[in-house]
Design a protein around this ligand. Structure first.
Ligand SMILES: Nc1ncnc2c1ncn2[C@@H]1O[C@H](COP(=O)(O)OP(=O)(O)OP(=O)(O)O)[C@@H](O)[C@H]1O
Ligand SMILES: [Mg+2]
Length: 246
């Protein structure tokens, strides 16, 4: 079952065609970058795949399930998780508390705030394991506003991973990061379980070429190019329209 298969997706906002007949499929374990200039429709595409926006027309299959009319939480239950273009942490909580909140969302047992967090030991263990793997355990007690911006973006990825997704959608995870912070996101991404399928919106081409094995280029809501990374890289129309090169 392919993690993502979308067909003929279109989405209009008033007079603006944000997506126009967009289609592609993604294989298990594939790392696909979604490229395109500002306003190309990349975030709208994620919103439509996640169910935060409803497409006007088209089909969305997630792991073989017709998902186009499912609410977001049912798509999440199929194994999908995402991060946002803008940081979306709970600002009053520590790193560990944020990850626990994300992890317990999965749990059948409803979280009760009057019980001690430590009674949820399997959730604690899972959160600790993730933070250790992502080199954030030494900051687990830090309130998120006191983290560097780069660490905040890393915590967001850890939160998305806390639900054990099979499909991860990342919207510009390195936007606004220093070169060093960008490198730590890249190395964490390259050490991710290879069974996890990743869709990545990213403007930094060095990051794209390190992480992605395939690329879809959007331009004014339409797919301009699509295919293996090195084929798209050679596409002269992409170079002209997107990279502004002759
Ligand atoms: N909820 C909305 N209502 C109206 N217009 C919208 C809405 N969401 C997006 N748009 C418009 O749709 C177009 C595509 O927006 P989108 O955010 O998908 O672009 P993007 O490729 O993610 O751009 P960026 O690289 O700047 O993040 C833009 O012109 C945007 O202004
Ligand atoms: Mg965007």
């Amino acid at each position: 079952m392919k993690p993502v298969a979308i067909e003929h997706l279109s989405k209009r906002f008033g007079g603006l065609q944000a997506l126009q007949d967009v289609g592609f499929t993604v294989e298990q374990g594939e790392r696909r970058a979604i490229l395109g200039p500002n306003g190309a429709g990349k975030t709208t595409l994620f919103n439509v795949i996640c169910g935060e926006e409803r497409a006007d027309t088209g089909n969305i299959y997630l792991f073989g399930t017709d998902a186009a009319s499912l609410p977001t939480y049912k798509r999440t239950a199929l194994g999908m998780a995402r991060t946002y273009q803008i940081t979306s942490l709970f600002p009053r909580l520590t790193v560990l508390q944020n990850v626990i909140l994300a992890a317990q969302g999965l749990d059948q047992v409803r979280f009760k705030f009057h019980r001690s967090v430590s009674t949820y030991s399997h959730i604690m263990d899972h959160a600790e394991e993730l933070l250790v793997h992502w080199h954030l355990w030494d900051k687990h007690d830090v309130p998120v506003p006191d983290l560097s911006y780069g660490d905040q973006r890393l915590v967001e990825i850890v939160m998305a991973l806390a639900s054990n997704p099979k499909l991860l959608l990342l919207d510009e995870p390195t936007a606004g990061l220093s070169p060093g912070e960008t490198q730590s996101v890249v190395s964490a991404m390259t050490s991710l379980d290879t069974n996890i399928t990743v869709l990545l919106i990213e403007h930094d081409m060095d990051v794209v070429f390190e992480i992605a094995d395939s690329i879809t280029v959007l331009h004014q809501g339409s797919v301009l190019a699509d295919g293996p990374r090195d084929v798209v890289r050679q596409n002269t129309e992409v170079l002209r329209v997107y990279l502004g090169s002759d």
